[in-house]
Design a protein around this ligand. Structure first.
Ligand SMILES: Cc1ncc(COP(=O)(O)O)c(C=O)c1O
Length: 412
């Protein structure tokens, strides 16, 4: 790969690695950038583009970080996590998920994202297939592709509540499959698999003993309507040797900026991930680990407050969207997003003559004309949809829905 631009185009210059060829920038970050540009130009932009809780970090976590810093907990930590945080993680997995992990079966990383990066770097060879059901959080296929992985995307249909059907999965698995990624509650659709559906998924995986399974459970606490969250490893103990159960404090405790994610899995995989991380970032910031341990051991009522708030907003947003002719919206079972369908708006034209041919056209025109930032379904591998984050204040959400209605009404 060659690099264009620079101070002197005539001079040969060193290039970038081929592994970055064709890798698109994250669409969520791109929408946020455009939204910031409009904001800087003085427009009142409402951003529903980022998946970031609008709650403060629990005070107990902040106090624990402060106390750790004052107590001198400011030296290089162990690569795979401080003993105190790993003990808190082990308690959490046992208490909430019925999973027992020994200390050398656990790793703490810089956010959930680095867990995925470590795991994929440690296991994916060029040409390996990585099954990521669509719609998906954008980072899984992008990270897989950095290591030569080939993403494969069975679809989780809206008509199935966006959950993964075992027969769809079975069709996607091949002898070349290295990973299956499960992410329920799902970003972006809010889909949640029932225990029975997870059992059927496990059944399909038994025919493919060479497949690792990443269960990204970062939204586990955000399930609604009296649904119960089930951790994949708890329904398939016989697959324990190849399941990596991933989680973090970003969503459950509104601690996105602290950068703490963690995972439990088989010893050999965890050791390989530790090697990757040891050569990249080493251990996570000590005071952030102290904060995360306090959050995991802290009172659970804060999570309940957030869940109730998201549930209320979800109801209001879905009702407002359903009232807009041309837009459909399933009621999400979990996470904090709405994933409305915009099929009924495709083929229409904005007042200044722009044709809305895709969900990406819709999202861009909505941002430019109504100053509401969302992310098109195309970024998540399932169109034509939009992802709206409900981790936004009630008044802003209400105003955003009003603007979306006005924008859609202006289409001809
Ligand atoms: C499904 C999913 N997994 C993992 C992450 C990563 O979280 P972290 O901030 O801990 O890296 C996110 C963040 O948006 C996410 O949506």
């Amino acid at each position: 790969m060659t690099v264009s631009g620079g101070t002197n185009g005539a001079q040969p210059r060193p290039g970038l690695a081929a592994r970055l060829d064709g890798l698109p920038a994250s669409a969520t970050i791109e929408m946020a950038r455009r939204a910031r540009e409009l904001l800087a130009a003085g427009h009142k932009v409402i951003s529903l583009a980022l998946g970031e809780p609008d709650f403060p970090t629990p005070p107990a976590a902040i106090e624990a970080a402060h106390a750790a810093a004052l107590a001198g907990d400011t030296k290089y930590p162990p690569v795979d996590g401080t003993p105190a945080l790993k003990a808190a993680v082990a308690r959490k997995f046992a208490r909430e998920n019925g999973l027992d992990y020994a200390p050398d079966e656990l790793i703490v990383s810089n956010g959930g994202k680095q867990i995925i990066f470590n795991a994929f770097m440690a296991t994916i060879d060029p040409g390996d297939e990585v099954v990521v059901p669509a719609p998906y959080w954008v980072s899984y296929p992008l990270i897989a592709r950095m290591f030569g992985g080939v993403p494969v995307h069975p679809v989780c249909d809206e008509s199935d509540g966006f959950s993964l059907r075992a027969d769809r999965l079975a069709q996607a698995l091949t002898p070349r499959t290295k990973w299956l990624v499960l992410n329920f509650p799902n970003n972006p659709s809010g889909g949640v698999c029932t225990e029975e559906e997870l059992r059927a998924i496990a059944s399909a995986l038994r025919d493919f003993p060479n497949v690792w399974i990443l269960s990204d459970e970062i939204y586990e606490h955000l399930v609604f309507d009296n649904r119960r969250f089930t951790s994949f490893a708890s329904v398939a103990p016989d697959l324990r040797d190849r399941i990596l159960t991933m989680n973090g404090v970003a969503k459950a405790y509104a601690m996105t900026g602290w950068r703490v994610g963690y995972a439990g899995g088989p010893r050999d995989l965890i050791a390989a991930m530790r090697t990757v991380q040891g050569n990249a970032t080493s251990g996570v910031c000590t005071v952030a680990q102290a904060a995360a341990a306090a959050a995991l051991d802290g009172p659970e009522d804060l999570i309940g407050v957030m869940r109730a708030t998201y549930a209320k907003r979800r109801q209001a947003v879905v009702e407002a969207l359903r009232a807009i002719p041309g837009i459909t919206c399933a009621m999400p079972s979990g996470a904090f997003y709405a994933y409305p369908g915009v099929e009924g708006c495709l083929g229409k034209t904005t007042p200044d003559g722009q044709v809305i041919a895709t969900d990406a056209d819709f999202a861009l025109a909505l941002l430019d004309r109504a100053h509401v930032a969302t992310v098109p379904g195309s970024a998540f591998g399932l169109s034509p949809y939009l992802r709206l984050s409900c981790a936004t204040g009630d008044a802003e959400l209400e105003e955003a829905c009003r603007r979306i209605a006005g924008f859609v009404a202006s289409l001809r």
